[in-house]
Design a protein around this ligand. Structure first.
Ligand code: SF4
Ligand code: SF4
Length: 194
């Protein structure tokens, strides 16, 4: 290399960047656009989940808890579905193991966490999933559109109206309306499934 060429190249880089805006992102006030399939978090979609527990078996950290109750028709009621994000390493093995794409990578990205607020039960997970679907044109991260009944349910929820979980799905999650109780929602789900 000719003598001084490296210095000239370095100066050219400096000159190219002189007129550019800073790249700094003032997080959390400003959030970078993130590809919707980025492995930012986990999204669990109740209406897709059969309660088979394959995800829990695939998780090397034991983050996922699934407790089910059998129904006469052979399906399972998901009594509990919980993810402990305190010990999740976001490896994605649970998402690969799920036969129904009920748990998928994606969702909110926060670089700041409250450690005591990272154990999410099925209600919290569903609230996040509904918020995700509502703000992503009702498309799941893997590109499929949510069923019409699920869309109607989430829209009723956003309007603050009570709506029973979509029949024919495993959804047990009620509208997140003021005064709503999980117990009443469980009863509504059982009535819808009957
Ligand atoms: S991403 Fe990995 S560590 Fe986290 S719940 Fe799934 S399998 Fe477990
Ligand atoms: S998320 Fe998938 S693997 Fe886990 S219990 Fe539901 S259907 Fe089964």
């Amino acid at each position: 290399m000719a003598y001084g060429l490296g210095v000239i190249k370095g100066l050219m880089v400096v000159l190219r960047h002189l007129g550019r805006k800073p790249f700094t992102v003032e997080f959390p006030e400003e959030v970078r656009p993130i590809p919707h399939r980025a492995r930012t978090s986990l999204l669990w979609f109740d209406e897709r989940c059969t309660g088979c527990s394959t995800c829990a078996q695939a998780c090397p950290d034991g983050c996922i808890l699934v407790e089910t109750r059998p129904n006469p028709d052979g399906s399972l009621t998901k009594v509990r579905y919980e993810i402990d994000f305190r010990i999740c390493m976001y490896c994605g093995l649970c998402t690969e193991a799920c036969p129904y794409q009920a748990i998928q990578p994606g969702g909110p990205f926060d670089a700041a966490y409250n450690f005591d607020d990272m154990h999410h039960d099925k209600y919290r997970l569903t609230k996040t999933a509904h918020e995700y679907l509502r703000t992503h044109d009702y498309m799941y991260p893997h590109g499929q559109r949510a069923p019409r009944q699920v869309i109607e349910f989430i829209e009723a929820e956003a309007r603050g109206e009570f709506a029973p979980p979509p029949p024919g799905t495993h959804a047990q999650i009620p509208a997140q309306v003021p005064g709503f109780s999980p117990e009443a929602a469980e009863r509504a789900a059982e009535t819808a499934a009957a």
